[in-house]
Design a protein around this ligand. Structure first.
Ligand code: GLN
Length: 272
């Protein structure tokens, strides 16, 4: 293929990446506006220059998803800016569980700390009768969530507004409350590569990483309908601690589920 040598040369520059060839392929596809594997012609000079510049940004540490401004999640496209955490495949565990276990035809769903909106909007898309409220403290993230609601034609069944989950009360009457809050302990976040490239506001969960679970859980209990579900994404080793927070607030049938990598990822409980 004509693009093979171009990709190989680019991948050689991406020595910091764990997936150099994939990164190069995604960036090249972005430049040529089609899957680079179906490009059977030489690159124009202009394309080559643009690709070269993007590979330079990636080589300097910028994540591919911020360079292209988008990321796939649950098989769908989500637009991103630097105010949004980049959607992770691990988070699909949370969304899939809620889709599989929901029995209500028209559940009311609240997604707290929604970022790009990938969790709440995926639920809105796959649970056709649902109505979803998405909130975040960051106006920049809310802009993206609104764009993504439009992109997926979900404006009519979604509402998007600013909410500080730590200090403000929650609206009431929900059947499902879901959140992937910041959960990395401050000292750990200080030493992580991800904190250099993604918003600290979306990652730092306070001294032990559990600040948001402690703040959200009792307010979520009050905001849920009887029989409603609270579902949290958690850090890989937080299953037990977050389960205890849910039980202490009155939730029953509290369970931990692992992601495809074998790490704790979802803690869910029901309001009696
Ligand atoms: N999963 C993210 C990471 O490990 C953290 C997400 C979060 O704090 N909610 O980089």
């Amino acid at each position: 293929m004509v693009t093979d040598s171009v990709l190989r040369r680019a991948a050689e520059r991406l020595t910091n990446s764990e997936t150099p060839l994939l990164d190069a392929r995604v960036l090249l596809s972005y430049v040529v506006k089609c899957d680079s594997r179906t490009l059977f012609r030489e690159l124009t000079e202009e394309e080559e220059a643009r690709f070269d510049a993007l590979v330079g940004r990636r080589a300097a540490g910028e994540p591919v998803a911020y360079i292209t401004g988008e990321k796939e999640f649950m098989g769908r496209r989500f637009l991103l800016n630097r105010d949004c955490l980049i959607p992770r495949p691990d988070t699909e565990t949370v969304v899939e569980d809620l889709i599989e276990t929901n029995k209500l035809p028209e559940p009311r769903i609240l997604d707290l700390c929604c970022g790009s909106g990938c969790i709440g909007l995926s639920l809105a898309f796959f649970i056709k009768g649902s109505r979803v409220s998405l909130c975040d403290i960051s106006e920049g993230a809310l802009d993206m969530a609104r764009k993504n609601a439009g992109l997926h034609g979900l404006e009519k069944r979604t509402e998007i507004f600013r909410l500080d989950v730590i200090s403000e009360p929650f609206p009431k009457g929900f059947d499902i409350i879901v959140s992937n809050p910041p959960y990395i302990p401050t000292a750990v976040a200080d030493g992580l590569e991800v904190t250099k490239t993604e918003p600290r506001l979306a990652l730092d969960g306070g001294e032990d990483g559990l600040d948001f679970y402690r703040a959200i859980t009792p307010k979520a209990f009050a905001a849920l309908n009887s029989g409603g579900v609270l579902a949290f994404e958690t850090g890989y080793d937080q299953g037990r601690a977050v389960s205890a927070i849910l039980r202490n607030s009155g939730f029953i049938n509290v369970t931990v589920k692992k992601d495809y990598g074998g790490n704790d990822r979802l803690v869910r409980g029901e309001k009696p």
